[in-house]
Design a protein around this ligand. Sequence first.
Ligand SMILES: Cc1cc2nc3c(=O)[nH]c(=O)nc-3n(C[C@H](O)[C@H](O)[C@H](O)COP(=O)(O)OP(=O)(O)OC[C@H]3O[C@@H](n4cnc5c(N)ncnc54)[C@H](O)[C@@H]3O)c2cc1C
Length: 399
Amino acid sequence: MRARIAIIGGGPAGAQCARTLAEGGAQVVLFEPRADHEKACGGGIPHRGLARFPFLLDPRLPGREIRTCTLIAPSGREARVPLRDPLRVFRRADLHTFLLDRAATAGATIVRARVASFERRRGIARGPAGGWRLTTRPPTDEAGVPFDFLIAADGASGMAGRSLRPGRIRTETSQGIGYFLPVVADDGILLRFFDRLRGYLWVFPRLDHASAGICAPLGEPPAARLRELMDDFLRVRYGAVAVERAAFYAALIPGAPADAVTDRVQGDGWALVGDAGRFVDPLTREGIYYAMLSGDMLAGAILAGRPERYGRDWARRCGPELSWASRHAAGFFATPFTEALVSLSARSESVAGVLSDLISGRQDYRTLTLRLLRNAPLTGWQVVRAALRRRRLTPRRDS
Ligand SMILES: Cc1cc2nc3c(=O)[nH]c(=O)nc-3n(C[C@H](O)[C@H](O)[C@H](O)COP(=O)(O)OP(=O)(O)OC[C@H]3O[C@@H](n4cnc5c(N)ncnc54)[C@H](O)[C@@H]3O)c2cc1C
């Protein structure tokens, strides 16, 4: 008999996990109450995600291709960086529908219900620890049949993730607030840094609107101050009307801890994927790629008959980068660094190239300093050349 697997949550993590499991012949039931739900999110997926999951380029999935990034420093100085590898921005409702359809097509059963609780009982499934029985709202027949394996993919505040791995909200958790703006003002994405803010503001254009938001560590500063910073900037840039007509959102963003390499993400007969496992870059707050990757990796380990390998493989593949990001996030958002980053990106193609690779995921964090140091002579020459050009273009005043 095939093992029966329950997945709680049909976001990118749960849907991708269900697809891979079903494709591999597993009997998988995914519980997701919401349909066409627009999650609070930028919706941006960089090149790294598009390369790993090329079906995201399917023309049936509407998305906007982005080729430039405007950076704005705390001082207001701007740099426009061409992106060597375009990223795509999606409506989350479109992404969820697309990924769930793929899972269903491969044979996963999608149950439109919320999992209200679950319990483990001996003797109702294979394995010494027994199986899982779920209850759903509304009640469903599928939930009553015991499961051998339980996957929590229920996002940042989901009850399954929190009860399988209890603990306080970690210091890495961020607050994210924003708007769906009824305008698409720019053709590229915009990232705005602020003085003494361990986060940033973003504007991601989509096909018929833009997702704008700001993120910072939870409570630092208070949410009201964060909203003030965002509103002031958006009003000046896009006009007061754009903000007044926009739909507001607020959500928690988990962040991988500094000990991501040893963090516990599974146990006997259960595992966490995506935001439920806090698989979000604590620096950029990018999580869709990590959600899909973790779902895929867990499914691969289960299909190989070695589910226990998942935690170790995950830690080996993503732990070092995410731990690095967690340890260095404060330094990255320090004003001297963001000012230098924007200033150098404006004047040096070499620094702009490194930044483009960082956004696309081609450049990892841990070798970033080394690459910048190696490029230093070229960067220096480009900065001098830019200064000379500016002087030539500035008309001289007659004495
Ligand atoms: C403001 C903001 C902006 C962001 N911007 C970006 C970005 O631009 N790019 C990026 O890569 N990441 C971004 N992220 C992070 C990204 O949204 C998440 O990392 C990603 O959605 C995680 O996917 P997931 O499948 O783990 O969880 P989710 O997408 O949250 O999906 C969880 C699903 O579980 C379901 N669920 C919850 N409880 C239950 C239950 N009891 N029973 C059944 N189902 C349940 C929910 O309905 C939901 O559909 C952003 C996050 C925020 C908050």
